[in-house]
Design a protein around this ligand. Structure first.
Ligand code: FES
Ligand code: FE2
Length: 444
């Protein structure tokens, strides 16, 4: 008897370490399937939502982890559960609404019902039907509802943010994020109650990793984005820091805005528009907030599933939802804080116009990600050049670097076992990323 094995994609890594990334990392179906298994379905906490989205018992939200549909629901005890949206009977993805309030979940096909913890509570005709004094049909006597509930995920919440994992043996969320990234996570989510301001959704025709890379790439914003360089929200002459966790998988890009206008860094940059002014200056009505503590922007990439954005007064989560190797859905949840007054809420909403599918800034990113994927498809044997700032993986005090991308691919390469790995490339993660020289030192 012979078995047919899926051919394994082996990547050729030109150059040292992960300073050159083979295009096939973005175009191989087999590698994509392996990514789903190893990053989204095993050993990683994935973002599923905010507690403020399901404040009351019975509130639920349907979302995804990787490509698997899950439901995030608050039960009668107030606890948050995450269950897979697959009926235990014959596999129906029974939950169709994106949000709602229910007493229980009922599958439309044969009306098996589940409580809000995912336990099977009802099976129509389980004990058969009585006809002519006899019982006909029904489930076998030894059928035990306890063994036939929904697939329950492990859940972790921290200050209003919900993560889940199919992997019940996973480390704690705090260990997963690591202390340096956790510091910036807690800067935004410090226990204040969140309010939901709205959503944007878009499908970007590019590999999901390109979105992680985009927010690990401090080099591009002052070049690609007219808005950032012209109005001084993010550009190379600003004080900034690039910080990774010990594995190089998560990262924070931290910066402090300046006044914009012409300077050394705008020379020859075609996206800089010195004469550009706003018809409505309220888009940049920035109000510093005490919790910022210095930086005006901290963009966090929590691998693999989410970006936490703070760009001046606009705060959001951006959920990465892969849809095949060539596309991902990108779901933005714009939020605020319960203590915000009406004016601050308006301000956050106005500044949110910079982001989302049609955002003054983010529309640019969606386009270049699409264009990147086009190039990868066209020349699959080629590789990207990720050498800005050197070939090493290290935290930095400036933004003219691609170190965070190299860090992510060093981790990716180790977990994926895709292509030969040289020992020099993969020092133990614990020692491989130079930590901030001084953990307490923050960008001010
Ligand atoms: Fe869900 Fe039958 S498939 S009840
Ligand atoms: Fe960008």
């Amino acid at each position: 008897m012979s078995t047919v094995e899926t051919p394994r994609t082996e990547l050729t890594w030109p150059g040292e370490g992960t300073s050159r990334i083979p295009y096939a990392a973005y175009t191989s179906e087999e590698l994509y399937r392996r990514e789903l298994e190893r990053f989204f379905y095993r050993s990683h906490w994935c973002y599923v939502g905010l507690e403020a989205e399901i404040p009351e018992p019975g509130n639920f939200k349907r979302t995804v982890i990787g490509e698997r549909s899950v439901i995030v629901v608050r039960d009668k005890d107030g606890a948050i559960n995450v269950v897979e949206n697959v009926c235990a009977h014959r596999g129906v993805a029974f939950c169709r609404a994106r949000h709602g309030t229910v007493k229980d979940f009922v599958c439309p096909y044969h009306q098996w019902s589940y409580d809000l913890k995912g336990n099977l509570q009802g099976v129509p005709f389980r004990r058969g039907v009585k006809q002519d004094g006899q019982v006909h049909g029904g489930m076998p006597k030894d059928f035990d509802p306890k063994d036939n509930g929904l697939n329950k995920l492990k859940v972790a919440t921290r200050n209003g943010v919900i993560f889940a994992s199919f992997d019940h043996g996973i480390e704690s969320l705090e260990d997963f994020l690591g202390p340096d990234v956790l510091h910036y996570f807690d800067r935004v989510f410090d226990g204040r109650k969140l309010t939901i301001l709205g959503y944007s959704r878009q499908r970007i025709p590019g590999n999901w990793k390109l979105m992680q890379e985009n927010i690990k790439d401090p080099y591009h914003p002052g070049l690609l984005h007219t808005w950032f360089i012209t109005f001084g929200l993010w550009r190379a002459d600003q004080k900034s820091q690039m910080v990774m966790d010990a594995h190089g998988r998560h990262a924070c890009m931290i910066s402090r805005r300046n006044q914009g206008g012409a300077s050394e860094v705008t020379k020859g940059v075609s996206s800089f528009k010195e004469d550009m002014t706003l018809n409505d200056p309220r888009f940049l009505d920035v109000q510093p907030e005490p919790w910022w503590g210095g930086p005006t922007a901290v963009m966090m990439t929590l691998f693999p599933s989410v970006i936490i954005q703070q760009q001046v007064n606009s705060v959001s989560t951006r959920h990465i939802q892969p849809v095949g190797k060539d596309a991902f859905d990108f779901v933005w949840t714009h939020f605020g804080f319960e203590e915000d007054d009406a004016e601050m809420t308006q301000r956050r909403l106005r500044q949110a116009n910079l982001f989302g599918p049609a955002g003054f800034v983010s529309a640019d990113d969606g386009e270049v990600i699409e264009f990147s994927q086009q190039g990868f498809r066209q020349r699959p044997e080629h590789a990207t050049v990720v050498e800005m700032g050197g070939r090493e993986v290290e935290n930095t005090d400036h933004m003219v670097t691609e170190t965070l991308i190299r860090g992510m691919y060093r981790y990716w390469r180790k977990v994926m076992e895709a292509g030969p790995v040289h020992t020099s490339t993969l020092a133990a993660p614990e020692s491989g990323v130079a930590q901030s020289k001084e953990r307490g030192r923050r960008c001010t």
